[in-house]
Design a protein around this ligand. Structure first.
Ligand SMILES: [Zn+2]
Length: 427
């Protein structure tokens, strides 16, 4: 936008158009420039993928042919570094000594292994066909499942893992192995959780909080909810144990609403329109926020809705409001919602339930007409959202021309407000 002849073009088209423009006006030409980051790919350690190369006195460096792949690591009890600067594999003669695939003569294997990034550069392809035995991945499965829809990870992966994975993907694309040039079209970095004292958690500082201890104390669901709730997904936050206490309490409240409902015989009920509307609004809010990874606000909407549901008698709840609520909560608190789902009489898992749908009509804010009277005579009408606070409606009413004209700059003697219906002013 705001770029003359480029307005409205997609980036890729605009790049081409700019290049063409530069060439036509003889002020430039297109070129590709890049900087490769050096990557020392071999490691002198046991735990890595063996490098499939053998050394023959006659033939020199010989790659292990496809039909002899993969080269499998030997079992070793002691894989500590030897101190000689060579890989621990160099001590395993059955592994090292082999025959040359070319001449059949004596040869020895490469004993260095590949850096872990060699595996992390393509593991997502393996995920698409984890049981495929005749190649690293099955092309058909890769074409179907990939690229990865959403990559979530720490920002520390930006310059190494992600860079290497992109590089490998581009090479595999050129080789016709995959149909895409970018492995992770969408990337989001989660924020870091700092210790309660605002410092990075570390053993030496003694401020580490282990998830296991929290799970032991409050349950996995409560911990999970607190991690989602403690702040915006991409921002760093300080750990605070009070929060887990809060989410554990919230889950207890969900549980007791359901228990009350089940004990009342799980009535189909006769929910008020307000209850139905709130259920649909909650579905909309949670859906929209989860899609944007705004888990903290999605959960806030669920907590708000629970406050409402808690005030209702079991007959007023209605099955839809309660069950859709549990399905919305399920991805965030998977264990307790599964229990609840059974308690509500379902035999299938809540986690294979369809995501609830909302009726857009029912999520719209209801507007009401508020009549404005001065000394008992109707002078104006206001359109406001139902439930707008009294202060707000009063201010709106007093700001109206029809009203200020009658008051002629004087403060009203009295204002009576009937919610969603009437503002009555005594001049
Ligand atoms: Zn040879």
């Amino acid at each position: 936008m705001n770029s003359g002849f480029l307005d409205g073009m997609k980036t890729a088209d605009a790049i081409r158009a700019v290049c063409q423009y530069a060439q036509e006006h003889e002020i430039g030409r297109p070129t590709v420039s890049y900087r490769m980051r050096d990557w020392l790919i071999s490691r002198q350690r046991y735990w890595g993928c063996p490098i499939p190369i053998v050394y023959c006195e006659r033939d020199g460096v010989v790659p292990v042919p496809d039909e002899l792949l993969p080269v499998v690591l030997p079992d070793m009890t002691d894989y500590q570094p030897s101190g000689t600067g060579r890989s621990p594999l160099a001590n395993v003669s059955e592994f090292v000594n082999t025959t040359c695939p070319k001449c059949g003569g004596p040869a020895h294997r490469e004993t260095d292994t590949l850096d872990g990034f060699a595996c992390s550069s393509w593991y997502f392809l393996r995920f698409a066909s984890p049981h495929y035995a005749s190649a690293p991945f099955e092309k058909k499965a890769g074409d179907y499942w990939l690229p990865v829809d959403l990559y979530v990870g720490g920002a520390e992966h930006a310059v190494m893992h992600l860079l290497y994975a992109r590089m490998w993907t581009k090479v595999m694309y050129d080789a016709g192995l995959v149909k895409f040039t970018e492995p992770f079209p969408v990337l989001r970095n989660q924020g870091m959780i700092w210790a309660a004292d605002g410092q990075k958690m570390s053993k030496s500082k003694g401020n580490v909080v282990t998830p296991d201890a929290m799970v032991e104390k409050y349950g996995a669901d409560a911990l999970r909810l607190w991690e989602l709730f403690m702040g915006p997904f991409e921002e760093a936050t300080n750990w605070n144990e009070e929060g887990v206490v809060g989410t554990a309490r919230y889950l207890n409240r969900v549980w007791s609403v359901v228990r009350r409902y089940v004990e009342a015989g799980s009535p189909e009920g006769n929910p008020a329109l307000e209850t139905v509307r709130r259920a649909h609004k909650t579905i909309r809010t949670v859906t929209e926020h989860v899609e944007r990874l705004r888990f903290n606000t999605a959960l806030a909407a669920l907590m708000d809705q629970l406050n409402y549901l808690q005030r209702l008698a079991s007959e007023e709840l209605g099955r839809f409001a309660l069950e859709s609520y549990i399905v919305l909560l399920a991805p965030m608190a998977p264990h307790i919602t599964e229990e609840i789902w059974r308690a509500l009489g379902h035999s299938e898992s809540v986690h294979i339930e369809s995501w609830p749908k909302y009726d857009a009509e029912l999520t719209r804010d209801e507007t009401v007409t508020v009549v404005v009277q001065i000394n008992g005579k109707v002078r104006d009408r206001l359109q406001v959202n139902a439930g707008t606070p009294e202060e707000e409606v009063r201010r709106l009413a007093l700001d109206r021309d029809a009203v200020s004209k009658h008051l002629a700059g004087k403060a009203p003697r009295k204002v009576i407000y009937v919610p969603d219906k009437l503002v009555s002013i005594v001049a």
